[in-house]
Ligand binder design. Sequence first.
Ligand code: ZN
Length: 273
Amino acid sequence: MPELPEVETARRGLAPKMEGRTFNHVQLRRKNLRFPFPKNFIRRLQGVTLDRLSRRAKFLVGELSSGETLLMHLGMSGKFSFEDAASPAKHDHVVFTMSGKDKPVIIYNDPRRFGFMELLAPGDVGRMAKLGPEPLSNGFSGPVLRTALAAKKSPIKTALLDQHIVAGLGNIYVCEALFLAGISPLRRADNVSPDMCEQLCAQIKKTLQLAIKAGGSSLKDFAAADGALGYFQHQFQVYDKEGAPCPKPKCPGSIIRTKQSGRSSFYCPDCQI
Ligand SMILES: [Zn+2]
């Protein structure tokens, strides 16, 4: 599933082909993804310029010259690619042809169709309204995290996946950051000390930045917009490493897997307390 670094990688791939360009042609190859496309989706995009493509959590946010916002989410298996000529493949659901000399053709492909596209009225933030702080922003810090966790009796792993506490974190990066911070995923959220919160916050930022630098993780369904595969998965310390020796020097432990809220947690019971 695309996580924050993958979405940021997609954004960086798409921005040069979309920003400051007009939607010359929009083609929908079906009526819905996870949700139906907005009413008059094609008419509301064609002839409109995408001024800026930004990211909030796992949403791609396109500011349009019409005043509306194009909100795009990759769901479980969504990805963008570029084609020289429109030659639709299976699961290609949306085709944007942008203006410019090169007339880029941008294809949205999504086999499982958990992704979606929406148009928001000026000033409306839609599904982004209840998101917690952006993990890479200054608004996310040790004290902010500590405050958000203070009333949470759930395990820290579960709390970090709660988008109200911090936005855009998924299973992989939470497992990795908890390992690097030396905190057990089973520890109760309200029992994570201020010092631990500092450490955890720093490791979350570091893990995400490394992954973005590496171009996201290319787990099964993800490819960056330009088709290049990320390689962050080769740097995983614990994720999907059940049975492997703990990578921390001098730690005698090995990585175990457990289920929390239906998701696998990977951690070292010897050095994550
Ligand atoms: Zn260990």
